[in-house]
Design a binder for this molecule. Structure first.
Ligand code: ASP
Length: 338
């Protein structure tokens, strides 16, 4: 008999329409009811951890959740977490970094429509999450619509589509069709084992994401420093380019690096990777001390920087952390033709 734990955190899946609009109100018991009668070889146990719209979920909530998962993993065979879709990708990355050597399944899911709404995708998404756990997909994943995606690769790309998430620069872990869930081999190659799991839940929320537009002024970097930000992720153009003619953003990055504040560069393009050595405009960033985010998603890079700064304030050590792949976040697979 498998024992699966359902942790609920709020989101649309748990929401009802009240006077002030949709707001989370259903707890674990109701969501277990949504999943309905499941298989005879599975015991499902539910627990409400919080009940928030996920836009209210912040780094301290990731810690709370990671700690609960860590303490529960001994007594269950896997965990399903229901969560709002808006920040699910951030939470998935945070859990993936905090739960080191995770050898079990921790699967996040949610829905585009409230579970009580006609035509809701809630039950279906909870079922794909359950199949992912029972299929032994290891690590933190997002199960939604027809895909199971590595948590550090998930990005919400649609406000309405039932396939709300895409797997960026990596193949999905599994896909669902009328034959059931097909799990790919790379999803079950064990990334850890239950005995060696550790909780590394230190986090520094003082990370700013700066999306560059033509004409962004370099003074913004000084302002961020004055505000006490400890790290900055720059969403640059294309493969990691920013302007320096007239308004020298590379000089702004240099001033942060020299002050010991790490700057990570990711791309505004959803797919593809940053290569700071390709263009003159990128090389200037490298010279200014920027750390290239390769093919990481913006969400994953932001959370990784928060997590790295939770461990160290040393810029060189942060850079070292960024050159290490912890949860499948760092590599790059060109999925354009898949
Ligand atoms: N605002 C909701 C949330 O993220 C959206 C959703 O769950 O789909 O909590």
């Amino acid at each position: 008999m498998k024992r699966i734990l359902l942790l609920t955190t709020g989101g649309t899946i748990a929401s009802r329409r009240g006077r002030g609009g949709l707001a989370p109100s259903l707890g674990a018991e109701s969501l277990l009811g949504v999943l309905g009668v499941c298989r005879p070889d599975v015991t499902l146990v539910g627990e409400s951890v919080m009940n928030l719209d996920s836009s209210n979920i912040q780094p301290e909530h990731w810690q709370l959740l990671a700690r609960r998962i860590y303490s529960a993993l001994d007594s269950c065979d896997g965990i399903i977490i229901t969560h709002g879709t808006d920040t699910m990708a951030y939470t998935a990355s945070a859990l993936a970094f905090m739960l080191r050597n995770l050898g079990q399944s921790v699967v996040l899911t949610g829905s585009q429509l409230p579970s009580e709404a006609p035509g809701s995708d809630a039950a279906r998404n909870m079922h794909i999450a359950l199949e992912a756990v029972l299929g032994g997909i290891t690590g933190v994943t997002v199960a939604f619509g027809s895909r199971v995606i590595n948590g550090t690769r998930a990005v919400k790309t649609s406000t309405a589509n039932f396939d709300a998430f895409e797997s960026i620069n990596a193949r999905p872990m599994a896909v669902l069709n009328s034959d059931g869930l097909s799990i790919f081999e790379h999803a079950v190659s064990n990334r850890g084992n239950a005995a060696s799991i550790t909780l590394e839940d230190g986090i520094c929320g003082d990370v700013f994401l700066l999306k560059i537009v033509p004409g962004t002024r370099p003074e913004i970097f000084r302002a961020l420093m004055d505000m006490g930000y400890r790290g900055v992720v720059v969403e640059a153009f294309g493969s990691g380019c920013v302007h320096y003619e007239g308004r020298d953003l590379a000089a702004g990055v240099r001033s942060l690096s020299e002050a010991g504040i790490p700057v990570v560069v990711v791309s505004q393009c959803l797919r593809g990777r940053v290569n700071l050595s390709a263009y003159e405009t990128g090389i200037r960033l490298l010279d200014a001390g920027a750390i290239g985010g390769n093919g990481m998603t913006t969400e994953s890079a932001v959370v990784k920087l928060m997590w790295a700064l939770g461990k160290t304030r040393d810029r060189a050590e942060v850079s070292e952390i960024f050159s290490t792949d912890y949860a499948g976040e760092a590599g790059f697979v060109n999925t354009d033709s898949i």
